[in-house]
Design a protein around this ligand. Structure first.
Ligand code: CIR
Length: 252
């Protein structure tokens, strides 16, 4: 498996945040934490490609939002935040050697963080970042590739679908309690994240390994009991910019 990640620019100090953080983003610490995340990907057997940062795009480390990759195809998105729409060109170029690349044009918007693939179904959050035209483009591209597309309503104040759930396997999901109903995901098995640990519902599963935010002991125990090997990593600085773990890589 491969991952594309993107370095953190100095401008990350001014990344988008729904609520201004209590303390400013420490960019040097963010870079050290990003390096730990990349090292964890490598420990899990992932071949990591790193793209340079773009100072004009404070949020560029959150590369997940720039593409949806499934069944041999990469749909390069048009991110829902206008300040992020300049992030996509280097991503398209980096994916082109490996995958067929197609585009999303205005007025469509969609953030990759709203898309979660479980088996042959792509679940898409109805968030403020993903509009009807973005959903339609996703369907146009991926239905012919054999995927089912299912829209999921999000609780108020949730940035992206994957803030509350992430895939653990084709038929298994890590899901925050009191967020989306588990019945939304068909018959998928669920590992439950307690409501007070909701942030930990965003984790990166690679086979039997899961990269998970550190400091969430009940989620760690639930993953261990489900048979996974966990790799806790620090997230304090990306969290100040509403980021977490899946958003820092594109896996394919
Ligand atoms: C934003 O608001 O777009 C960024 N500050 C955070 C994006 C996080 N992306 C993700 O979880 N997929």
């Amino acid at each position: 498996m491969r991952a594309i990640v993107r370095d953190i620019p100095d401008s990350f100090a001014h990344a988008l945040a729904a609520v201004p953080p209590d303390s400013p983003i420490d960019v040097a610490l963010a870079r050290r934490q990003h390096a730990i995340y990349v090292a964890a990907l490598r420990v899990c057997g992932v071949d990591v490609i790193t793209l340079p940062a773009d100072e004009a795009s404070p949020d560029c480390v959150f590369i997940e939002d720039t593409a949806v990759i499934a069944n041999g195809l990469a749909l390069v998105t048009r991110p829902g935040a206008p300040s992020r729409q300049g992030e996509v060109e280097p991503i398209a170029a980096a994916l082109a050697p490996y995958l067929e690349v197609v585009r999303m044009l205005a007025p469509a918007t969609l953030d990759g963080g709203d898309c979660m693939k479980l088996g042959s179904t792509l679940y898409v959050g109805r968030s403020e970042r993903t509009n009807v035209a973005g959903f339609a483009r996703l369907a146009e591209v991926f239905i012919p590739r054999g995927l089912h597309i299912v829209a999921v309503d999000l609780p108020p104040g949730i940035l992206h679908l994957k803030c509350v759930c992430t895939p653990l396997a084709d038929d298994q999901v890590l899901l925050a309690e009191h967020s989306v109903l588990s019945s939304a995901f068909g018959g998928a098995r669920v590992v439950t994240v307690p409501a007070e640990e909701r942030y930990a519902a965003n984790a990166v599963a690679i086979g039997s390994h899961v990269i998970v935010a550190d400091g969430f002991p009940r989620t760690h125990t639930a993953l261990l009991e489900a048979g996974f090997t966990i790799h806790p990593v620090p997230t304090s600085e990306v969290r100040k910019a509403d980021g977490s773990l899946t958003c820092q890589s594109l896996l394919f």
